[in-house]
Design a protein around this ligand. Structure first.
Ligand SMILES: NC(=O)C1=CN([C@@H]2O[C@H](COP(=O)(O)OP(=O)(O)OC[C@H]3O[C@@H](n4cnc5c(N)ncnc54)[C@H](O)[C@@H]3O)[C@@H](O)[C@H]2O)C=CC1
Ligand SMILES: O=C(CO)COP(=O)(O)O
Length: 307
């Protein structure tokens, strides 16, 4: 059945998701700050409101939507991969707080938008506490080129997509320094362990991180020059400053902000995050890429815990 869908954020990801829904015959209205359509008109009578806004704009946009007329049956979908700098909340927690009586669905997976726009095959996950709402979103986006799975752990799915961005920066550094395949395998594997350790404290289920939105997105983003986060790390390794890199980067690299938020969480909750800490110190110019590598390699010896 044809659905009316409001997509907020007309960047790389919002535009790609809009096209996937349009190809499946849905009526899509795309909103951005610079566009001609008013937010009020875009969300009015929309059965789905999907946000693909960068993390820094999510809270403000959620409040703007709250001031509009929204149907009581509207399902909110969030596709943002980040953490709020002030409150450390995830995007789905922000939408659910502002719309406590509505279903909220997280959409996240190994989804480099450029490949999907080219028509290359990909899979993703839609997760919600409300299974029926996740199934509605699954039907909207599923096609022969985009395979959509449901999941009942929205926070786990969301954190998989968010936390891997920090590991993608680290992987870009690893490749930029030409450290080799063994080093990259060690980094990504220990990165997953670190993601699981943080994710469990933040309320995710461990097994979710072994799925598409966890390991799947970690592999995609840590291995692709199409990832903006990977590019940040790669270019830092080549000696550019963060300011120079961000000035020429096409779109948002959420891992930079996420890394800062994770450092707050690690200090508050006493969680060991060695890779995140070295990425943070590198972004803050407290260490060089080579020093960050040495710090990680020369940590105290220990057994190989997986969590
Ligand atoms: N591009 C990709 O391959 C994928 C991106 N994502 C996630 O989707 C989100 C958006 O990514 P992209 O579309 O690539 O970024 P982008 O930089 O291309 O677009 C960001 C959009 O957010 C809007 N925005 C930013 N700050 C805003 C504010 N304060 N108020 C209102 N609107 C604001 C921008 O105007 C733009 O429309 C990020 O969280 C990213 O991690 C998720 C999966 C794939
Ligand atoms: O999340 C993504 C792929 O799943 C996109 O990665 P970047 O934001 O690093 O480009």
């Amino acid at each position: 059945m044809t659905k009316t869908i409001a997509i907020l954020g007309a960047g790389a990801w919002g535009t790609t998701l809009a096209n996937l829904a349009r190809v499946n015959g849905h009526e899509v209205r795309l909103w951005s700050r610079q566009g001609d359509l008013s937010l009020e008109d875009v969300v009015k009578n929309a059965e789905i409101v999907l946000s693909a806004i960068s993390m820094k704009g999510v809270q403000d946009v959620a409040l703007l939507v709250k001031s509009c007329q929204v149907s009581p049956h509207t399902i909110f979908v969030t596709a943002t991969k980040g953490l709020d700098a002030k409150t450390t909340r995830t995007p789905s927690q922000i939408w659910q707080t502002e719309f406590p009586d509505h279903s909220v669905v997280v959409l996240s997976g190994p989804n480099l938008s450029q490949e999907i726009s080219q028509g290359l095959p990909a899979a993703t996950v839609v997760a919600s506490k409300n299974t029926a709402a996740a199934q509605v979103v699954q039907q909207i986006f599923s096609s022969g080129r985009f395979r959509v799975y449901t999941n009942s752990d929205p926070v786990g799915v969301e954190l998989g997509g968010t936390l891997k961005n920090v590991m993608a920066i680290a992987s870009g550094v690893c490749d930029g320094l030409h450290l080799g395949t063994n080093a990259k395998a060690a980094l990504v594997t220990r990165g997953l362990t670190e993601i699981i350790r943080i994710g469990k404290v933040l309320g995710a289920k461990t097994e979710t991180f072994y799925g598409l939105s966890g390991l799947g997105d970690l592999l995609a983003t840590c291995n692709s020059p199409l990832s903006r986060n990977y590019q940040v790390g790669y270019q830092l390794a080549s000696g550019k400053t963060l300011t120079e890199i961000l000035a020429s980067l096409p779109g948002t690299a959420e891992g930079v902000n996420t890394c800062q938020v994770l450092m707050q969480i690690s200090q508050q909750q006493n969680i060991t995050m060695p890779i995140t800490e070295q990425v943070y110190r590198l972004l803050e110019t407290q260490v060089t890429p080579k020093q960050a590598l040495d710090e990680l390699m020369l940590r105290d010896t220990k057994p190989e815990y997986h969590q």
